[in-house]
Design a protein around this ligand. Structure first.
Ligand code: GDP
Ligand code: MG
Length: 184
């Protein structure tokens, strides 16, 4: 078997309260954490089968408080901190918060600045969480899909609470990461 174990590191980012920590918990532990989440940044590891090989997923759940210095510096540190530097980015909003949706474009700019400076390539996914809260929806599925399409990014609506499409979005991003690496 020629396929080596793959390491992928994905950062989960977005406005406070969109469900970054619950998405991470759902993927790592197979359950949602409700309000029992860390506000600080934390990195988790999960081993699993990916394609025909073993993979190690490192997931960086970004914190909601910054580290005291400026945001850009803070983000740069986050990206380099793990054993595997970040190689895929999940930009999360809540379908119940238009403000969090608008923040996605701002965050994207911040990542692109760092990415361009370093000359790296990362796939992005735009993720609309809390799809279970249909009655409180402020952002339509079409709007989310259109934004992602305009950038050429993966798009999923997920529910960390109901464990809907969470695994799928991590796998779709991991696939882009490994396909890119295979071409190098
Ligand atoms: P973070 O600040 O982005 O890490 O958000 P958290 O994961 O801590 O979640 C913030 C709040 O949203 C908590 O009260 C969660 O229970 C709730 N929440 C997170 N994901 C979902 C979801 O998919 N559906 C619903 N209904 N609530 C969610
Ligand atoms: Mg959190």
């Amino acid at each position: 078997d020629q396929e080596a174990a793959k390491d992928v590191c994905i950062v989960v980012d977005g406005a406070a309260g969109v469900g970054k920590s619950n998405i991470t918990h759902q993927f790592i532990n197979g359950k949602c954490a409700g309000d029992d989440t860390l506000a600080i940044e934390y990195s988790y590891t999960k081993y699993g089968i990916f394609g025909d090989s073993q993979a190690k997923f490192e997931v960086l759940d970004r914190g909601d408080t910054n580290c005291g210095s400026d945001e850009k510096h803070c983000l740069k540190c986050s990206i380099r901190r793990g054993r595997t530097p970040v190689e895929g980015v999940m930009l999360v909003y809540s379908v119940t918060s238009r403000e969090s949706f608008e923040y996605v474009a701002e965050l994207r700019e911040r990542y692109l600045e760092i990415k361009q400076a370093s000359g790296e390539w990362w796939p992005f996914a735009i993720v609309g969480n809390k799809s279970d809260l249909e009655a409180e929806r402020e952002v339509s599925r079409e709007e989310g899909a259109a934004l992602a399409k305009s950038f050429g990014y993966i798009f999923f609506e997920v529910s960390a609470k109901d464990n809907a499409k969470v695994e799928e979005v991590f796998r779709a991003l991991a696939r882009e990461i490994t396909q890119y690496e295979d071409r190098m």
